[in-house]
Design a protein around this ligand. Structure first.
Ligand SMILES: *[C@@H]1O[C@H](CO)[C@@H](O)[C@H](O)[C@H]1NC(C)=O
Ligand SMILES: *[C@@H]1O[C@H](CO)[C@@H](O)[C@H](O)[C@H]1NC(C)=O
Ligand SMILES: *[C@@H]1O[C@H](CO)[C@@H](O)[C@H](O)[C@H]1NC(C)=O
Ligand SMILES: *[C@@H]1O[C@H](CO)[C@@H](O)[C@H](O)[C@H]1NC(C)=O
Length: 541
């Protein structure tokens, strides 16, 4: 009897415990009737318990062993506002499993075994605002999956296996604000993918496998403010890629294989505040475009292959509050003279320029290198040709095309003085445009444009100039009276030009005297005789 008394109760207790476990006990769920909160975390549950309070609003079922969600699983719990199913083994979500959860705003399905999202999976979730579904094996989102979740604003889908984004994947997401697709295997984004998500503000596509950005990838993203594209294999960016994202504030392209940006890539980004291009293979930086983007306050260019900085770079950097250009193989030679001349030591970026080349300056900081040492490889400007550009349609269409080609190192800046006397450079706008390569275009030509043009080529070690007469062009293109006038003007003009040049071209030390063969239009001045073999004549002379 004693024996039985002492042994039976534990036996019964064991039996009851096993029975409760088999029936799916919920005693273990920690629920509060007043706060309508149920915590069933880490209980090895294999299915959703069915005996919780039906007015439960927050249900935590994470770290259990659930593999399948069925239509009836949540039909009792229609007040649910948030449901956490993270860290289970869910691979199957049957059609309409969430059908009754019309109050649910947040759903956690992270760390499960889902492989695709289907159009009938989320029906009923009309208030769903945030879906956390990262760390699954999702490789497909079927067309219309989100048509039943019109209020979804954020989708956290990183660490999945998506490879291609298609136009039908994100339909129905008219209120979408944030899309986190980082750490997938995305190689392509088809045109129109984002056409249905006009309010998207932040798109995270970092750590994927994109190799190029195409001009139609981001159409529809008229309100996007953040594009995070770092950690891909992007080599090629097409022109106009960011034309459809005019509200972009943060653009992150770090850790890719980019060598250069296409021209005008940034011109539409009038709100751009942060541009991250570090850890790429950039040999050229879009300084000219950056000088037009007034809003940038963060610029990351470190760990690239930049070798030189034009003087304009100094103006760009000094207008940006945070600049990082460390770890580039800077070439501290003549090309750096214009930049060095601007250095004052008052900006942190001036401290970041470590010379890689030439060998005798390796390891020195540009700020500590004496200006004279940079001059060693300088080449004074030479005007190779200054003539009408016959490859272009000239006066026809009202335009006159000239070319002033100059050599020298660093590449000389070209200034053109037209008969009107008003300077034109690559930076100045207006009717006369000068490109960095020396192409000169005079639009809407009038009689007053006939006469003499002076081209001045200058770099830090010298200047030279050449003169071109438009007489021949005038005779072909202007009525006779104008031609006579322009001839007259040319004589007066020559004297005037010589005077102007003598005044402004104080630094011209050597002037070409041999005119390019067979071009009688080029009048090269011989104000100073060219002395053969004369060493490095610099502006300091
Ligand atoms: C939830 O339901 C239980 C049982 O019916 C009730 O006692 C509790 O007051 C309810 N909670 C709220 C917040 O209404
Ligand atoms: C869940 O199962 C594991 C492995 O069988 C066991 O170690 C753990 O104690 C169980 N947890 C609960 C709360 O029963
Ligand atoms: C410049 O080089 C020195 C010496 O090699 C190194 O300690 C320093 O971190 C470098 N600084 C930058 C900005 O690259
Ligand atoms: C015209 O160009 C010359 C040579 O570059 C320069 O010295 C002069 O200041 C310029 N004049 C004007 C009005 O910009």
């Amino acid at each position: 009897m004693e024996y039985i008394m002492s042994k039976r109760p534990p036996c019964v207790l064991m039996f009851l415990l096993v029975l409760l476990r088999v029936l799916g006990t919920t005693d273990a769920c920690d629920c509060s009737a007043s706060t309508t909160y149920c915590n069933c975390v880490g209980l090895n549950l294999t299915s959703v318990p069915q005996n919780l309070l039906t007015n439960t609003t927050r249900l935590f079922l994470k770290q259990n062993q659930i593999t399948t969600l069925s239509q009836s699983d949540f039909s009792r719990y229609r007040s649910l506002k948030s449901l956490d199913l993270a860290y289970n083994h869910i691979s199957v979500i049957n059609s309409q499993a969430f059908h009754h959860l019309s109050s649910l705003t947040a759903l956690w399905l992270i760390h499960n075994r889902l492989t695709s999202l289907r159009a009938d999976m989320f029906t009923g979730l009309v208030k769903l605002d945030t879906l956390f579904i990262y760390n699954n094996d999702i490789n497909d989102i079927q067309a219309g999956t989100f048509d039943s979740t019109p209020n979804l604003r954020s989708l956290y889908m990183y660490y999945n296996k998506l490879t291609t984004l298609r136009a039908d994947m994100f339909t129905g997401l008219g209120n979408f604000k944030g899309l986190y697709l980082n750490n997938n295997d995305i190689t392509d984004i088809q045109p129109g993918t984002f056409n249905q998500t006009p309010l998207l503000k932040n798109l995270f596509l970092n750590n994927n496998k994109l190799t190029s950005l195409k001009f139609d990838m981001f159409t529809g993203l008229g309100n996007v403010q953040g594009l995070t594209l770092d950690g891909n294999n992007i080599m090629n960016i097409q022109a106009r890629t960011f034309n459809s994202t005019p509200q972009l504030v943060n653009l992150n392209l770090e850790n890719n294989q980019i060598q250069s940006l296409p021209s005008n890539l940034l011109v539409n980004l009038l709100q751009l505040g942060s541009l991250k291009l570090s850890h790429n293979k950039m040999t050229m930086f879009p300084f000219e475009e950056l000088s037009d983007v007034q809003t940038i306050s963060f610029l990351y260019g470190h760990n690239n292959k930049l070798t030189t900085l034009p003087s304009m770079a100094y103006d760009v950097f000094s207008s940006i509050s945070y600049v990082n250009i460390e770890n580039n193989p800077w070439q501290c030679d003549c090309g750096m003279v214009p930049f060095k001349l601007k250095m004052t030591g008052s900006y942190p970026f001036e401290d970041q320029i470590n010379c890689s080349q030439p060998d005798h300056l390796t390891g020195l900081k540009l700020k500590n290198v004496k200006l004279e040492k940079l001059f060693s490889e300088c080449v004074e400007p030479t005007i190779v040709r200054f003539e009408r550009d016959d490859s272009k349609v000239s006066v026809q269409g009202g335009n006159l095309q000239l070319v002033c080609e100059a050599s020298g190192f660093p590449t000389p800046d070209i200034t053109v003085i037209p008969p009107s006397g008003l300077n034109a450079t690559a930076e100045s706008g207006g009717r006369i445009t000068v490109e960095v390569n020396g192409a000169i275009t005079i639009t809407r030509v009038t009689a007053a444009d006939a006469g003499l043009y002076v081209c001045i080529a200058s770099n830090p070690v010298g200047s030279t100039f050449a003169v071109f007469s438009t007489g021949v062009i005038s005779s072909r293109s202007f009525p006779l009276p104008v031609f006579a006038g322009s001839l007259c003007g040319a004589v007066v003009g020559t004297l005037l030009i010589v005077a102007i040049v003598l005044t402004i071209c104080k630094t011209c030390t050597r002037i070409r005297s041999e005119p390019p063969a067979a071009d009688p239009n080029v009048v090269l001045s011989t104000l100073m005789p060219q002395s053969q073999g004369e060493g490095s004549s610099t502006s300091d002379d």
